[in-house]
Design a protein around this ligand. Sequence first.
Ligand code: AMP
Ligand code: MG
Length: 287
Amino acid sequence: MSGLRELLMVRPGGTRLADIDPRSTPGLPGKRVVGGDPKRWSQTQVAEMSEELNTYQERLFASAKEGGTNRRVLLVLQAMDCGGKDGTVRNVTQGMSPAGMKAVSFGPPDEQERRHDFLWRIRRGLPPAGHVGVFNRSHYEDVLIVRVHNLTSEDVWAQRYEQINAFEAEETADGLTMVKVMLHISKEEQKKRLLARLDDPSKHWKYNPGDLAERARWEDYQRAYEDALNRCSTTAAPWYVVPADRKWYRNWAVATLLRDAFADINPQYPEPDFDAAAERAKLLAAE
Ligand code: AMP
Ligand code: MG
């Protein structure tokens, strides 16, 4: 178990994004340990953790197979555009069984979703028992973009922090382990990544001319993020801020946070409801 959670966890009321350097690498062991090459070291660690994560995922799935447990794990990723949400998901879930996963991306709500409470589509997107869920964006958009662009009145979005806390408390009491991660990139890094998208025709599909309008509201977003992080980092479902300008650190940190969450749950294969030795003897005796 690592102390990374302690380092990256948002302490309600006390986190200012401006104080967290997006290029920093908190919790990474010293130069001697990483053999002078932190990038390579992190990548090796991620490969090892990925084996661990896959075993955990299988045990979680197996433990829920006969019912009786509603254990579920949900990775929630929030970030500014180009923050690396997709890359992180690809990296930390590599090798997990798709059958035990539920990944959902949240864009602007469609007509049906708009007819319901903002948490309606979120509840539907939660992982079933024994599954690992990934949210690429989440209910937090309803206090981020919605707040920045006044998509609802302030008295509506201002109540959502408490509604989110109540919702998350209810779900975590019902077996959900949430790992909520904000990938924190710098404005300069975003510019570099947006340029890279524009310079590569195979990445144009990821670009949206509206991204520039969002970028122009950078400071408003940082403030909205700070409020969401500080108001909704709870004991039941804490927020973590992962410095994300360096992709290899980001991948290592998120994999570590997920691994630590699984280690707490430590799901076990269920006891079989048959006698394996007797079954084996029968199989061998038969044709
Ligand atoms: P992307 O993640 O690049 O596909 O973009 C999805 C877009 O949907 C982002 O600009 C989000 O801010 C936006 N979005 C997600 N949830 C909501 C929401 N509840 N209301 C309005 N816009 C949203
Ligand atoms: Mg986008």
